[in-house]
Write a protein that binds this ligand. Structure first.
Ligand code: ATP
Ligand code: MG
Length: 421
């Protein structure tokens, strides 16, 4: 017996309908906000993630699935999609296009993490990346876009909080880093082993550590949001002004740091208040003004976010069986065909389908009793019955299981009659 690999899942039936519902809702909203879809490969050169996400992040240090490619290069399954979209943006010279480039994406991501509720090794994200403007108005827009998505998914706004912060820019971050290193060095005995290394390699990462023993040090650490330069402060104020205009409720989370190195300025997370346990961040993102340049393109300010589909499903507060019906309209007709006239039956079956009727059959023309049993099991309300007698008279019988009534319909009028059911 062969099973799935640890931490991955098959998606089908009602779970798949929830995926579809989320994806379709996301596509509709994306179009409304002027985003176009981009599909990048799930494999990229490992170097892209090292340079993009950061060598000393958890993702790159221990969570990537990496394999050898020819000529000594390695490739990795993408752990997130910002780096890939930025690579595509540069590779295709999209910065030459007029105006902003606004992309949305949907697809699987891969991280070697300990599997648990809301945490998988292959998970799925929907997300967006916008290139070409350094503006608080744009940051507000991507947050509004995310909020509208959740509203359309009917995730109650009372059940999540929008947390925002700023992680500063190349002007204020170095000074803050120094302050942070000084503080952490003084407290280093209280920190875990990994954080002791992080202090010198990537001090901001300490603030994201999940180890129990590091928490008291993290809580009292200097906050980047209290050490911003004037430009970053003004930008952050402006963002809040725009969010207020759009009636978006938000909280400033002074301890918000993201697990990826590329962020500058605005960062945000949509955090569920209950039901998701420790995996309560459903959507996260921020601004990354230096990444395009860092990966070899011209200086291009950018902002984006990503949400985990599996976590959105956990957060759905509406009746999940209703969603099933929206995404999968009731199967309409089942046709029972007499074995002796299966050619004629198949012709009618094909014609009805070509005329837009949702139709099914048993494909084996077993006994009438067995075909009826299948129609019942599959919960069909309407069953067409093509027996020898009906076929001879160019007729077909329609049975409605709700009322138990039967009607004889002329084959020439069948499509019209079925469409009017
Ligand atoms: P976490 O703190 O939960 O590990 P993260 O900061 O690593 O999240 P991001 O890299 O910001 O997550 O990814 C954005 C979103 O993708 C998350 O908010 C979450 O909804 C989803 N996500 C991330 N990792 C996983 C995973 N292993 N399984 C399922 N969903 C995930
Ligand atoms: Mg993570």
């Amino acid at each position: 017996m062969l099973n799935t690999v640890k931490g991955v899942k098959d998606v089908f039936d009602s779970d798949l309908e929830l995926f579809r519902f989320i994806e379709n809702t996301f596509v509709k909203i994306s179009q409304k906000f002027g985003y176009s879809e981009i599909r990048t490969p799930i494999i990229e050169y490992t170097e892209l993630f090292k340079r993009g996400i950061g060598e000393t992040t958890d993702i790159v240090e221990k969570e990537m699935f990496t394999m050898a490619d020819s000529k000594g290069r390695t490739i990795s399954l993408r752990p997130e999609n910002t780096a890939g979209v930025v690579r595509a943006y540069i590779e295709h010279g999209l910065f030459n296009n007029a105006g902003l480039s606004k992309f949305f994406y949907i697809g699987p991501m891969f991280r070697r993490e300990r599997p648990q509720a809301g945490r998988l090794r292959q998970f799925h994200q929907i997300g967006c990346e916008v290139f070409g403007a350094n503006s608080a108005m744009l940051d507000a827009e991507v947050i509004i876009y995310a909020a509208q998505l959740l509203e359309n998914l009917k995730i109650a706004s009372a059940n999540f909080e929008i947390q925002i912060s700023s992680v500063g820019c190349e002007n204020c971050r170095p000074q803050y880093n120094k302050k942070l290193v000084d503080y952490l060095t003084a407290e280093k005995n209280k920190l875990c082993e990994t954080c002791n290394i992080r202090i010198y390699k990537n001090p901001l990462r300490v603030l994201d550590c999940k180890e129990e023993r590091c928490q008291s040090v993290i809580v009292a650490a200097p906050k980047i949001i209290e050490n911003l330069c004037d430009d970053c402060n003004i930008f952050f104020e402006e963002l809040q002004g725009f969010l207020k205009i759009a009636n978006i409720d938000y909280q400033i989370n002074k301890r918000l740091v993201r697990g990826l190195d590329y962020y500058t300025g605005t960062v945000f997370e949509f955090v569920c208040k209950e039901g998701l346990g420790a995996q309560n961040t459903i959507l996260a993102g921020g601004r990354y003004n230096n990444l395009v340049k860092q990966l070899g393109g011209p200086h291009t300010p950018a902002v984006g976010w990503a949400a985990g589909i599996e976590r959105l499903i956990l957060a759905l507060t509406n009746n999940k069986s209703d969603i099933k019906n929206i995404e999968n309209p009731v199967k309409k007709i089942f046709i029972v065909i007499d074995k002796t006239i299966k050619k004629q039956g198949f012709e009618i079956f094909c014609n009805l389908r070509n005329n837009g009727i949702d139709i099914n059959c048993d494909y084996e023309c077993k006994s009438f009793k067995s075909q009826f049993r299948l129609a019942n099991k599959l919960k069909y309300r309407y069953v067409l019955i093509l027996g020898e007698e009906e076929a001879k008279n160019e007729n077909i019988k329609l049975k409605d299981f709700d009322c138990g009534c039967e009607t004889i319909i002329k084959l020439s009028e069948l499509t019209t009659k079925l469409k009017n059911l």
